[in-house]
Structures are given as structure tokens and as C-alpha cells.
Design a protein around this ligand. Structure first.
Ligand SMILES: Cc1cc2nc3c(=O)[nH]c(=O)nc-3n(C[C@H](O)[C@H](O)[C@H](O)COP(=O)(O)OP(=O)(O)OC[C@H]3O[C@@H](n4cnc5c(N)ncnc54)[C@H](O)[C@@H]3O)c2cc1C
Length: 411
């Protein structure tokens, strides 16, 4: 006979992990998921391959990969670290591998394997699976937690309730912000929430000519009009689409922007390994070797094919000028273009395209040691519904697993 009734709201990675930790011989655990299946968003992760964690140590994640409320995560990440995630999934039969950028994926390259392993383990552990259950509100009686109320007004009794309802992005996956309403009902403050890890919209027409171009190993700097210092500066991968930038660099840079978006400019360094002087010297050498080749045909060693006509046009150097006639001033201007290709920001993508919600239930009134509300005894939070938010690289799923684990632990 179970001594404690535990309800988990939300069957994403945080909720499933919370349910698994909460289930002991002494507890009855029910997981309520409004969709007909679990982990709808989890299936989309990592382009369907699921970048489920990283090989970062907890301290590194806190120091360099979480950009909101990072210190709050100490207990969670040290209680259940990336190494624990690796071991945990191995034990469920999911082999993992490390890829570039210390990103960790299942060897199968299938996010469904990760999702299915969690669901199977929940079934095996005796967790009561309630799909198609939409929680409307918390069941509170004079400030005491009694359980939850479904959208059909049915009440479900619980001594402990873990809210793991996710954020507000990709709402068709089920994460529609209900968790914030539940938290607000209990008196919690909500920070933001805003869209993050979202494509950046730009004004520049030339992007239409190179739509789909993936640039690897370039540098992106984000500036606001009132600051000469970059707000974000990183080397990595960028995808240029029609009047939009996406890929890891753009998604991360979006985390440093707020309205009005037309206050921002993005500068791309297409040759980050060379200084300005080195690039000018290289251009001089290459153009000399090209002899009387047309300028427009002399950039093959420097740029991907799609970008060459764009740079030729932006350079204002006549496309049919002979390479060996390009003078020092023109070379300097061209080098400047390659080192600082500037784009004007007009906005960010929509809620349907943002990878993550920045902000959420404020950590001020949550105990970091067990993720329990300081206002309502027995009420816990886990996953993206909470304020902490990280960059790409498997850290957000790791945070979902770590906070799910900690919220589920009996203390
Ligand atoms: C396209 C995309 C790709 C991504 N790729 C990665 C990646 O590779 N690596 C990474 O680390 N992160 C990635 N993320 C982020 C990651 O998916 C999220 O951080 C993570 O899913 C959050 O887990 P969660 O359990 O907190 O919330 P969610 O996964 O959003 O799950 C919340 C669940 O709660 C349910 N729910 C909501 N309200 C209710 C209610 N009232 N009643 C019952 N159920 C409810 C929802 O239906 C949903 O199933 C990606 C996100 C997107 C959108």
C-alpha cells in the first residue's frame, strides 16, 4: 500500500524523469499528459536525432552554457549530471555517442529511441500512465495542496504535485504555457517568458540569393546600435535563409536580443583565422597569381560558390575587372567585407520556431535543493517551465533530466 500519492503534470523529458525518480515501493505515481503520447517535443529534438546531453561537467554548464538563473541549477546538475544521463540511458539500452561540440546523441540517431526507452521504463516501474489528461488548475484548499483539477472538472488527489509542463514554444507539441498559469495561481512570479534560440530576421535582400547556404567555422558578432562592444561573439555554424539567419550561431545570438529588434546588427567574419592584414596580403597574392582573370572568377579559393556573386556585388569592384588590376584600396575594402559582412536585424522568428522559452517560473520562490515551492508545500517544478535557460548543445534536455530527477526525489 503506497503511502504517498504523487502527480506529475506533463509527459516531456522532465516529467518522465520526475515520475521515474518518484516511483518507489512506497509511492503511487501518476503522470498526466494531455497529448495521446509522451514526449512530442522530445521527438523533434536535434533534428530528430536528439542531442540529449553533452560531455560538459555540471560546473561548466552553469558557468558558460546557462544564460538565465544559472546558479539555481547547482543542486540539480550535481545530483544528476551529464555523466549520470549517459549511464542512465545506457542502462535502458540506449547507446550514446559524442559528436562535434561535445554534443551527445543516441548511436541510433533516433530521438524516438530515447522517448520509447523512457516510456517503457515508466511502464515497467508501475507508474500510472494517463495520456489525454489535460490539467486545468491546481486543487488548493485554503492554501494547502490537495491535487489537480482536469479540464473536465475531475479532481485527482495528490500529496505532491510536480509541474513539468514545458514552455511556450512549438505549442502544437503541447507546451502552451499552462504551467505558468498553475504557478501564478499558487502565487509564483513568472519571468518573461520570451522566445529564445530562434531564427533572426534580417533586412538584406542579398540573403535571398544564397538561401540555404550553410557556413561552417565563421564568427558572428551581435551589436546593438548604442554599444560598440559585441553582445555576443562566437565561432561556429550559420545557415543563411531568405532574409533570415539560423543555425547554432544565430539561434544563440537571438538570446541576447529584445525589442526593438531593429536596434541590432549582425557582423559575420567569413575569415576568422586571418587578421585583416593577413587577409589583405592573401588577396594581393591570390589576385597576382590570377593574372588577367575576371574579378568575379577569382574568388574560388576564398568563398563558397553561392556567396561569390554576392560579395562581388557588395564590393562595388567591377565584376569584369582583371584580378591583377585590383588596387590596394579595393583589396582593403574587400577584406573588410569578408571580415565584417554586416546584416541589419528586423525581428525574430515566431513561437512556432523558437527552440526554447527564456524565463519561466521565477527561481526566487523555489527551493533549489528539491525544487519545491516556498509558498505551497508539496508543489514542485521541473524542466523548461522554470526560469533557467541554456544555449544549444544538449544543455536544455540535460536541465530537464536534472531538474526532473531532483523534483522527483523524496526528501
Ligand atoms: C525543434 C526543437 C529542437 C530541440 N532540440 C533540442 C536538442 O537537440 N537538445 C536539447 O537539449 N534541447 C532541445 N530542444 C529543447 C527541449 O526540447 C526542451 O528544453 C525540453 O523538451 C523541455 O522538456 P520539458 O519536459 O520541460 O517540457 P516539454 O518537452 O515541453 O514537455 C511538456 C509536456 O507537458 C505537457 N503538458 C503541458 N501542459 C499540460 C497540461 N495542462 N496538462 C497535461 N499535460 C500538459 C505537454 O503536452 C508536453 O508533453 C529543442 C526544442 C525544439 C522545439
Amino acid at each position: 500500500m503506497a503511502n504517498k500519492n504523487i502527480i506529475v503534470i506533463g509527459g516531456g523529458p522532465a516529467g518522465m524523469m520526475a515520475a521515474l525518480t518518484a516511483k518507489t515501493s512506497d509511492t503511487r505515481v501518476r503522470i498526466l499528459e494531455k497529448n495521446n503520447n509522451f514526449g512530442k517535443k522530445l521527438l523533434l529534438t536535434g533534428d530528430g536525432r536528439c542531442n540529449l546531453t553533452s560531455t560538459y561537467e555540471p560546473g561548466e554548464i552553469i558557468d558558460s552554457q546557462v544564460f538565465m538563473a544559472n546558479n539555481f541549477l547547482y543542486s540539480a546538475l550535481y545530483s544528476f549530471s551529464p555523466a549520470d544521463t549517459w549511464r542512465f540511458f545506457n542502462e535502458l539500452g540506449v547507446e550514446l555517442k559524442e559528436e562535434r561540440g561535445r554534443r551527445v546523441y543516441p548511436v541510433s540517431d533516433r530521438s524516438s529511441q530515447v522517448r520509447d526507452a523512457l516510456v517503457e521504463e515508466m511502464k515497467r516501474s508501475g507508474i500510472e500512465i494517463n495520456t489525454g489528461y489535460n490539467v486545468k488548475s491546481l486543487w488548493l484548499d485554503k492554501g494547502d495542496l490537495k491535487g489537480v483539477i482536469l479540464d473536465n472538472d475531475k479532481k485527482i488527489n495528490g500529496d505532491k504535485v510536480i509541474v513539468a509542463t514545458g514552455g511556450i514554444t512549438y505549442p502544437e507539441t503541447g507546451s502552451d504555457g499552462t504551467g505558468y498559469k498553475l504557478a501564478a495561481m499558487a502565487g509564483h512570479e513568472i519571468v518573461g517568458p520570451s522566445l529564445a534560440l530562434v531564427p533572426i530576421k534580417v533586412r538584406n535582400n542579398w540573403t535571398e540569393k544564397v538561401a540555404g547556404l550553410k557556413l561552417k567555422n565563421i564568427e558572428l558578432k551581435l551589436f546593438s546600435r548604442d554599444s560598440g562592444k559585441p553582445l555576443y561573439h562566437q565561432r561556429g555554424e550559420l545557415i543563411i535563409e531568405k532574409k533570415r539567419l539560423t543555425g547554432a550561431l544565430a539561434l544563440e545570438a537571438s538570446c541576447f536580443m529584445e525589442e526593438p529588434y531593429n536596434n541590432y546588427r549582425v557582423k559575420l567574419d567569413l575569415k576568422p583565422a586571418l587578421t585583416m592584414a593577413e587577409l589583405e596580403a592573401r588577396l594581393e597574392r591570390e589576385f597576382k597569381e590570377m593574372g588577367n582573370k575576371f574579378f568575379k572568377n577569382s574568388l574560388d579559393n576564398l568563398l563558397p560558390a553561392w556567396l561569390r556573386p554576392v560579395i562581388v556585388k557588395l564590393s562595388s569592384i567591377g565584376s569584369t575587372k582583371n584580378a591583377n588590376q585590383i588596387n590596394a584600396e579595393e583589396r582593403k575594402h574587400l577584406a573588410g567585407l569578408l571580415k565584417e559582412l554586416t546584416l541589419s536585424v528586423t525581428g525574430i522568428g515566431s513561437q512556432d520556431e523558437a527552440i526554447i522559452t527564456a524565463g519561466g517560473v521565477s527561481v526566487d520562490l523555489i527551493d533549489p535543493a528539491n525544487l519545491e515551492s516556498k509558498l505551497i508545500s508539496g508543489l514542485h517544478f521541473a524542466g523548461e517551465v522554470l526560469e533557467p535557460t541554456a544555449f544549444t548543445g544538449g544543455h536544455n534536455l540535460q536541465i530537464a533530466f536534472s531538474t526532473g530527477y531532483l523534483a522527483g526525489l523524496e526528501k
